[in-house]
Write a protein that binds this ligand. Structure first.
Ligand SMILES: C[S@@+](CC[C@H](N)C(=O)[O-])C[C@H]1O[C@@H](n2cnc3c(N)ncnc32)[C@H](O)[C@@H]1O
Length: 391
């Protein structure tokens, strides 16, 4: 970031994808101050054929002097070069930017404004519209019994500054705050309904001091090297390009700090009695998520991904959440929440037949049967992995 008056910004042109990126806070006090960007953009525009991308995804502030200069330049180029298309890429995280640039697209037919995080991946709506809340609530309650004992081995200590990325309904942050007393805890998610719920849960439990932030894990508006411990639970498995998220987790982690991830391997869910039906259904769960570009088989791949992302001192644990850990009813409630969403909205949206859905549902019901059976056993395997960012 280069400081300039009241601005802290950076800009760069990537020739390969014809993309001009402006990030930070752009608040020049005069036209002269904005000149370096205007000159950079002018040169970039002259070199481009086809589509020119203006990426303002991480532009947090833009005052009128800067906005006018950018608009003037783009309008002038659009008049002169009818062959050129300009796509302005905004983000919902910077809610103002789409609104601010949209009128430009109305004035010039060759300018378009795209809010890039509107549709990340095909399954996004299931995860973000609140339907997942009962699932997440049940899951964390069950995994915490294991994770509270594992987290210290993975490097979490009191007084650390930590971030929980893709925090969902924020219950993990609440539990960590109570148990490990971090000096700072920030919880980020891209679902407004989950964050709203998270704030309510924290208030209900009288927990204060958790910073809940709306953001995009693949483009976080967070300084480099900000946290000692960065967690991302059950979430790498929902992105079609988890390596991008890992890169961001690594960026915001301090050198010598650690990141901690948990993921599943759904096809390894198991139960007895009625093992065959259970196994069939969970193999189908993995296929269903794959059809929405999510990899709920990610767990055992954690080591490879962490290694490829340049981490060191990789630790991997796996544990089985079972009906015997506590009240089997809690386990059964989690399965019921899975069935409701997976065999409900998701299967429906994929266009599954009633026959398929009936058999699919039966496997969940059999898992519940196994969980509640006086001699039954039901399990859900999780992989918890952590690694250090090189100093
Ligand atoms: C399977 S949930 C896991 C939530 C939580 N970590 C837990 O274990 O309960 C995945 C979460 O990722 C969030 N998410 C999806 N895309 C995101 C993005 N681009 N940036 C931040 N969060 C995102 C969803 O809103 C959802 O809360």
């Amino acid at each position: 970031m280069r400081p300039l008056g009241k601005s802290t910004y950076e800009f760069a042109f990537n020739e390969n994808n014809q993309e001009f990126v402006i990030a930070g806070k752009l608040r020049p006090r005069s036209d002269a101050e904005i000149e370096p960007i205007v000159a950079g953009m002018t040169a970039a525009l002259e070199n481009v054929r086809g589509t020119f991308y203006l990426n303002v995804k991480r532009l947090a502030r833009l005052n009128n002097i800067a906005f006018r200069a950018i608009v003037y330049l783009m309008s002038e180029v659009c008049e002169r070069r009818k062959d050129l298309r300009i796509e302005i890429v905004t983000s919902s995280v910077m809610g103002w930017s789409t609104r601010k640039f949209l009128p430009l697209a109305k004035q010039h037919p060759n300018i378009a404004v795209t809010e890039y995080d509107k549709d990340f991946y095909p399954g996004q709506s299931f995860l973000e519209d609140g339907g997942f809340i009962p699932i997440l609530r049940n899951q964390t309650r069950l995994t915490w019994r294991h994770e509270r004992n594992l987290l210290a081995r993975h490097g979490l200590k009191p007084d650390m500054e930590m971030a929980d990325i893709c925090c969902g309904i924020g219950d993990f942050a609440v539990l960590v705050k109570k148990e490990f007393a971090p000096s700072r805890i920030m919880a980020l998610d891209h679902s407004r309904s989950s964050l709203e719920y998270a704030r309510k849960v924290a208030a209900d439990f009288g927990v204060t001091g958790i910073e809940y932030v709306y953001g995009d894990a693949s483009e976080m508006v967070i300084e480099d090297n900000s946290f000692d411990f960065v967690t991302c639970r059950h979430s790498l498995q929902i992105f079609d390009r988890p390596e991008l998220i890992l890169k961001e987790l690594r960026r915001i982690c301090r050198p010598g700090g650690r990141i901690y991830i948990t993921n599943e391997k759904n096809s390894h869910c198991l139960g007895e009695p009625r093992g065959e039906s259970i196994q069939w259904t969970y193999t189908e769960v993995a296929k269903l998520f794959a059809d929405f570009k999510m990899d709920v088989e990610f767990g055992p791949k954690s080591r490879r991904y962490l290694d490829d992302a340049g981490f060191e001192d990789i630790k991997v644990d796996s544990f089985m959440v079972t009906n015997l850990d506590g009240d089997p009813r809690e386990f059964a409630d989690m399965i019921q929440a899975w069935e409701n969403v997976y065999a409900g909205q998701m299967a429906k949206d994929r266009g599954d037949t009633p026959e398929f859905i009936e058999r699919f549902r039966q496997g969940f019901q059999d898992h519940i049967y196994a969980a509640l059976h006086p001699k039954g056993y039901a399990g859900w395997p999780i992989w918890a992995a952590s690694a250090r960012k090189p100093a």
